[in-house]
Design a protein. Structure first.
Length: 299
């Protein structure tokens, strides 16, 4: 008997599945020591947020005289008066302006991008690849070079300074990345599912709404979180295209900093309140976000 015949086959030679790098990384991150380190790093990362919260709940005089960490020995210095003053100012109107800008923008970007991504992934039409390359090429176009031309166009159309103008700008510059992301996710859907639906007489719209869109929820949720945060935290577009009556929170807080440079209590409370909605959104869709980030990485 030859040596090759007598040798016992190893796990890989016997056909055992090869574990991916992502699977090995997940196993290592599950160890106790790594979890302790991650918790410590997470707490360290939250220190600035904790300091912001403490500063927002103390008066300007106390903040100027002491560091925020003294609150552990002087908890009586905490007050919610800063938030009461903030809600009684123009911040409330700017908050709703931010909502009116962010929510329609996110919905429009997801809806339009999902339909376009399905067309690029599963519909055969003339010039499909060329059109998709144009979409990918738009990813590298800086927003700054479009500010003046779009401002001139908005002025001619009579929508400069309005909420629809801000929304349209965000939608236009959010679509290329959204289409690119969703198209790459949709092409991973098994073609047999779509063929089975077509054999049952389903139209393209029915296939998209009943098969592709539900299976794409992880990627769509990830895109929704990213798009929401981009628009919610934007200040450049708001400074250029939103007038005072339609200004979002970022522009309002920037104007307060310009007028009252030492008004730290108002600025900190406003900045902390602007964090609440994104945090709620992230934790609400955290499960889908993780699925979308890990999709395709673990075999």
């Amino acid at each position: 008997m030859s040596t090759a015949t007598a040798a016992a086959p190893t796990g890989l030679e016997a056909g055992a599945p090869r574990r991916s790098l992502a699977s090995k990384l997940v196993d290592r991150l599950g160890s106790g020591a790594v979890q302790v380190v991650m918790v410590v790093l997470g707490l360290f990362w939250l220190v600035p947020t904790l300091g912001l919260l403490v500063v927002s709940m103390r008066t300007t005089q106390v903040n100027n005289a002491e560091g925020w960490w003294t609150i552990f020995t002087k908890p009586a210095e905490l007050t919610i008066q800063n938030y009461a003053n903030l809600l009684g100012s123009g911040f409330t109107a700017s908050f709703w302006n931010t909502v009116l800008i962010t929510v329609p923008t996110t919905v429009l970007v997801i809806g339009i991008a999902a339909m376009a991504a399905y067309a690029f992934a599963w519909m055969d039409f003339r010039g499909r690849d060329t059109a998709f390359l144009v979409v990918v090429g738009l990813l590298i176009v800086p927003i700054q070079i479009a500010l003046i031309p779009v401002a001139s166009l908005y002025g001619a159309a009579g929508i400069f300074g309005s909420l629809p103008g801000v929304i349209l700008f965000h939608v236009a510059f959010g679509l290329p990345f959204a289409i690119f992301l969703l198209r790459n996710f949709f092409v991973g859907i098994p073609a047999s599912l779509l063929e089975a639906a077509r054999m049952d007489g389903a139209s393209e719209w029915k296939i998209f709404a009943s098969v592709v869109f539900p299976l794409g929820k992880p990627a769509i949720a990830s895109l929704g979180i990213f798009q929401f945060l981009w628009v919610w935290n934007d200040m450049l577009i708001a400074l250029v295209f939103a007038d005072t009556g339609n200004q979002p929170m970022t522009k309002y807080l920037q104007s307060q900093m310009r007028q009252f440079g030492s008004n730290v209590d108002i600025l900190s409370s406003g900045a902390f309140m602007s964090l609440i909605i994104p945090l709620v959104l992230f934790f609400a869709f955290q499960r889908y976000f993780v699925q979308g980030m890990m999709a395709g990485s673990v075999k």
